[in-house]
Design a protein around this ligand. Sequence first.
Ligand code: 4NP
Length: 156
Amino acid sequence: MIKLLFVCLGNICRSPTAEGVMQHLLDQAGLAQQVLVDSAGTSGHHVGEAADERMRSHALERGLELTSRSRKLVAKDFQEFDYILVMDQSNFDDAAALVAEGPLRSKIHLFTDYCLSSRVSSVPDPYYGGEAGFERVLDIVEDAAKGLLAHLKTKM
Ligand code: 4NP
């Protein structure tokens, strides 16, 4: 079993979307029994909340229901999960601060490094922006999730 944890700041916009998109791809590929997905936030400001209403509504337009509840990233997650997939450099730094340099910290990867066609170095935070930001999250996340799935298949 490969375990993936998607991480953003609030765990109400980007990482719940990544979790939902990846789960959908795994279901379609018949790999849901072999790969587990979850998501968490570095801040803890929205713990217990459902995904942002705007994010859920844009995801639903693409047939994707986001059902996760926000939780905070904790050091123990680095023992539990194989890949910690962060949305931007700030998430990277906040996650890295939870564990010592070495094998646990090296589980952190920028999710956009798996993009197949998008030339981006982050999934931009849509929280304080307009509707286009939420579409952008979905576009980048769908691209990166496909690339990540292709990568995982080489490991199985
Ligand atoms: P996320 O978006 O990190 O993609 O879940 C955000 C959600 C909430 C806040 C910032 C970003 N906030 O400042 O409350």
